[in-house]
Design a protein around this ligand. Structure first.
Ligand code: DMJ
Length: 668
């Protein structure tokens, strides 16, 4: 979460309630006058700033009040629901035509597949969501059009009605509305959704359905891609992301994010026509010479990574030229006192800066750009690209303040020291640090020992401090450590870990990592199967006590699903290394749930707000670029029998699923 606050300015602080000269409530008249005099002495700008901050605090206080007062589904209702065995649910979105809405998916049905049917919820189970914008309400019938720092694509009804544009924040790979941030401090009055009791975990040796059958699963994934692409092409062509419900688009950096993220997926799936059109757009329309602030990490993993992998797959020089141009424009980010990069770069002006109010960068962001810059360096023979990112890894390797190999979530770009210490997570802000330790080691031909040492130490630290089992069914999960207190909370993002552990084990990293990978994979699977839509929430809490039969608890603010890839990604690795067909079955179930609850009739897929409500999952009107770049790609690779298709002994996938080659010769 972005817990970033305004810098403490001396003259500013002297006016606040923390200043004894201005402590109105206790210090009497004389003090009051002193305070007023100080106020008058301030410039207009300073006074406006203070008034703005006061107004902001008031708004935040009101928001958190309405959040706390939000009613929520209770356990008894869930249990009641389980006892009911009604007919099929009608999944309707008022004003929204999601396909399919009832029962079997016509596509899969034609192919002889039964779509899972969910049980009917109790009458009056749904409690209206009092909080938040209309998109969170049941009768939502119009979407929002967010445009960050760029021209608006189209006016929507809300804006016509005078509603304010929502504030967007970057949340690990997704732009979401600020009021949808999920990690609000837990409150005593906050109610939670409790997951359906875990079904018995199948005993070993129980046969699972064969992964092949009458349905061509690869074709089903291609269909899903074509459908997603249709929406993007019809309503968002050349823009960053599709808003499939409002049939419009949103702009984040203005770089055709979805188009570039999708390139190698189309190539791998053999979608030649679609690929050719996209290539033409890159050749004719894409320019990085734009006065726009981009996030270094997101642009590197999605755009630079996408261009580099497409260059490798196609051999087309256009993609390398574009990659080199972009890489050069991102380089100003590394011009900081510590050489730890800033989060944001203006690729037109060549300037860089940290986020507002802080000089920190997030750890995952500064340590998950290495695969791409190192590869760019190798291809262009320009050492500067590799040098800047290697310097970051060298500093982090030597930095004091790790906790048995676990890193804090932030690093200061002035001092080069860790900041906001005390919280250790494998989720947002830290996740891909661990992933890239292993993958850089593999990329460089297993020659850079420090990377492997740090990886092994970190996984030991994960086992020691973060891995626990639930009370009821002994599901293994990775929690968080917050100032020495264990928090049984796991982001869906952490579901990348089984795949990474399996990749390490496949490459003989010592430490029984495959066992842990298998256990965590089961848990990530449960995060889907225990939800009424068959789709995972963004964050799960786990029950450590044996007294209750539920393993997974979902807080109301965590019930959304952004079409994220991590579980499918791990299923792909697990299947490649074990050939156990259950992983394909699990993936197939997830794909069908995406088709059932997130597919939009006229094209595209949408994130949803509520994985607990199959009757109204509440579309969010956003298709993240990683759905095409990662999720659908990993589905395709999971179902493909061709293990030479992007062999894991020849390629490493960057954290956005863009394959980059393992180097034939070690780095210098
Ligand atoms: C992607 O951009 C990347 O996978 C990143 O590492 C994490 N967030 C999203 C997907 O969830």
């Amino acid at each position: 979460m972005d817990k970033m606050y305004p810098p403490a300015r001396k003259d500013f602080i002297s006016l606040t309630l923390t200043d004894p000269n201005c402590y109105i409530y206790n210090n009497g008249k004389h003090r009051k006058q002193s305070c007023w005099r100080k106020w008058k002495q301030l410039s207009r700008l300073q006074r406006s700033l203070i008034l703005f901050l006061l107004a902001l605090s008031l708004v935040l206080a009101l928001l958190s009040y309405s959040r706390i007062s939000e009613p929520s589904t209770g356990l008894s209702e869930t249990e009641e629901w389980l006892q009911m065995n009604g007919g099929r649910l009608k999944a309707t979105f008022p004003g929204v035509n999601l396909k399919p809405v009832v029962g079997p998916d016509p596509v899969t049905e034609m192919k002889g597949i039964n779509v899972p049917v969910f049980q009917k919820p109790p009458i009056n189970k749904k409690i209206p969501n009092k909080r938040g914008p209309p998109s969170l309400q049941k009768n939502w019938n119009v979407s929002h059009s967010f445009v960050v720092g760029r021209e608006k694509p189209q006016q929507n009804k809300e804006e016509e009605n005078g509603e304010k544009e929502k504030k967007l924040v970057s949340w690990r790979g997704a732009m979401i509305e600020a009021d949808q941030i999920t990690e609000l401090p837990p409150s005593a009055s906050e109610k939670v959704d409790v997951a359906i009791p875990a079904p018995a975990i199948p005993a070993e040796g129980v046969p699972v359905t064969a992964s092949t059958g009458p349905v061509d699963r690869l074709e089903a994934v291609r269909d899903a891609f074509r459908h997603a692409w249709k929406g993007y092409k019809d309503y968002a062509w050349g823009h960053d992301e599709l808003k499939p419900i409002s049939k419009s688009f949103s702009e984040w950096f203005g770089l055709g994010l979805t188009l570039i993220d999708s390139l190698d997926t189309m190539w791998i799936m053999g979608l030649k026509e679609e690929f050719a059109e996209a290539r033409q757009w890159i050749e004719k329309e894409l320019s990085f010479n734009q006065n726009v602030d981009v996030n270094l990490f997101e642009t590197t993993i999605r755009v630079l990574g996408g261009l580099l992998s497409t260059y490798h797959l196609t051999g087309d020089q256009l993609f390398l030229d574009k990659a080199k141009d972009l890489g050069s424009r991102l380089m100003p980010a590394f011009k900081t006192p510590s050489k730890i990069p800033f989060s944001d770069v203006n690729i037109g002006k060549g300037t860089a800066h940290p986020p507002r109010w802080t000089s920190d960068s997030s750890m995952a962001e500064v340590t998950s750009i290495q695969l791409e810059f190192r590869e760019l360096s190798r291809l262009t023979q320009e050492p500067r690209f590799k040098e800047v990112v290697d310097e970051v890894m060298k500093q982090v390797h030597n930095l004091p303040g790790k906790h048995d190999g676990l890193i804090p979530m932030f690093i200061n770009t002035n001092s080069g020291q860790f900041s906001h210490r005390g919280i250790y997570t494998l989720g947002a802000r830290a996740d891909s640090y661990y992933e890239y330790l292993l993958k850089q080691w593999l990329q460089g031909g297993k020659t850079e020992d420090e990377l492997l040492e740090d990886y092994i130490e970190a996984i030991n630290g994960v086992r020691k401090h973060l891995v626990r089992q639930t009370g009821p069914h002994h599901l293994t999960f990775v929690g968080e450590l917050s100032h020495n207190r264990f928090n049984p909370k796991m982001d869906h993002l952490v579901c990348f870990l089984p795949g990474t552990l399996a990749l390490g084990a496949h490459n003989d990293v010592p430490g029984d990592h495959m066992d842990l990978a298998g256990q965590l994979m089961e848990t990530c699977h449960h995060m889907y199967t225990q939800m009424e839509t068959g789709l995972s929430p963004e964050i799960a809490h786990f029950n450590l006590y044996a007294t209750d039969s539920n393993d997974i608890i979902v807080k109301p603010a965590d019930r959304h699903n952004l079409l994220r890839p991590e579980t499918v990604e791990s299923l792909f690795y697990m299947y490649r290394f074990t050939k156990d067909p259950k992983y394909r079955e699990w993936g197939w179930e997830i794909l069908q749930s995406f088709n059932k609850y997130t597919k939009v009739a006229d094209g595209g897929y949408t994130s949803i707000n509520n994985v607990r409500d199959p009757e109204n999952p509440e579309p969010r009107d956003k298709m993240e670029s990683f759905f095409l770049g990662e999720t659908l790609k990993y589905f395709y690779l999971l179902f493909s029998d061709d293990t030479e298709l992007l062999s894991l002994d020849k390629y490493v996938f960057n954290t956005e699923a863009h394959p980059l080659p393992i180097w034939p010769t070690p780095p210098k």
